[in-house]
Write a protein that binds this ligand. Structure first.
Ligand code: SIN
Ligand code: NI
Length: 265
């Protein structure tokens, strides 16, 4: 755990995040870390690595992929633990959200494979999460250069203010914008965020976002880490992360599976 002593982000970056619901932060990994993290990710993505795999790619017998995903890889690979528990990333989350403490909800290896012909559809993350309070957010770290040819992200600025909408089935998506018909969000202009490998975005769990399909011949590798403000409580909603844990409704998501990674002194 780290105490927030010296700021890692500028006041402008924090203000941008607060206003728009996302922010780009460049070079959060140096070249050495990038090489190491790619190696760990390769190891954990091997099919029989034991990591919990989420299916978003099978629908009604026809087979297509949106993403190849693994969650809580920190539990399966000590090297991934080093990155998912990274105090610098958590401190940035602390600074952006203004929370008194930041806990890990889960990490998420998100690969768009070369054959993954579907974009990640427009959605909000928060509706999937079993949390009563809003405020959780993600860092999304690119391990490859990303642009619209291999799955870079897009965000709708200020859409975190739309509040919680219905969750979207990633394999059989509804149009998120249908839910906000007649509001400013319906025709809001999304912002495309190409990134260099080792750079990242943070986004609020309510911010509308999307990732392009991957039409290149290489995987698009990304690590997302989901953070929640200390004190966030379990809503009781069914979720892969909490399913096998002894968590009680209305009780804080805390303890060794949801460690405190950063806090204010
Ligand atoms: C993706 O990596 O394609 C999507 C990430 C997200 O939805 O947060
Ligand atoms: Ni998402």
């Amino acid at each position: 755990m780290t105490n927030a002593i010296q700021s890692l982000l500028t006041a402008e970056q924090c203000a941008f995040y607060q206003e728009n619901g996302f922010v780009q932060v460049d070079n959060v990994l140096n070249e050495q870390e990038l090489i190491e993290l790619r190696q760990y990710m390769e190891e954990v993505m091997i099919e029989d690595s034991g990591a919990l795999s989420l299916q978003t790619d099978k629908k009604g017998g026809s087979y297509y992929r949106v993403l190849n995903q693994r969650v809580n890889v920190w539990r399966d690979h000590g090297g991934m633990h080093k990155y998912s528990f990274n105090p610098r990333f958590a401190q940035m989350a602390l600074e952006l959200t203004g929370a008194s403490g930041i806990r890990l909800f889960h990490d998420h290896a998100l690969w768009k494979m070369p054959g993954d012909s579907k974009p990640t559809p427009w959605h909000q993350d928060y509706p999937y999460w079993p949390m009563t309070e809003q405020g959780a957010m993600s860092i999304w770290i690119a391990l490859d250069d990303v642009d619209e040819s291999n799955g870079c992200m897009m965000f709708v600025p200020k859409s975190q203010n739309a509040g919680k909408l219905n969750h979207i089935d990633l394999a059989n998506p509804q149009d998120l914008f249908e839910f906000v018909k007649g509001t400013d969000y319906e025709n809001a202009k999304p912002v495309k965020v190409p990134l260099k490998a080792g750079s990242c975005t943070f986004h609020n769990g309510l911010t509308f976002h999307y990732a392009h399909s991957n039409v290149t011949d290489k995987p698009r590798r990304a690590l997302a880490i989901i953070y929640m403000p200390d004190g966030t409580t379990f809503s009781g909603k069914k979720h892969a992360i909490t399913m096998d844990l002894n968590v009680q409704e209305n009780q804080p998501l805390a303890g060794r599976m949801f460690p405190l990674l950063a806090s204010r002194a």
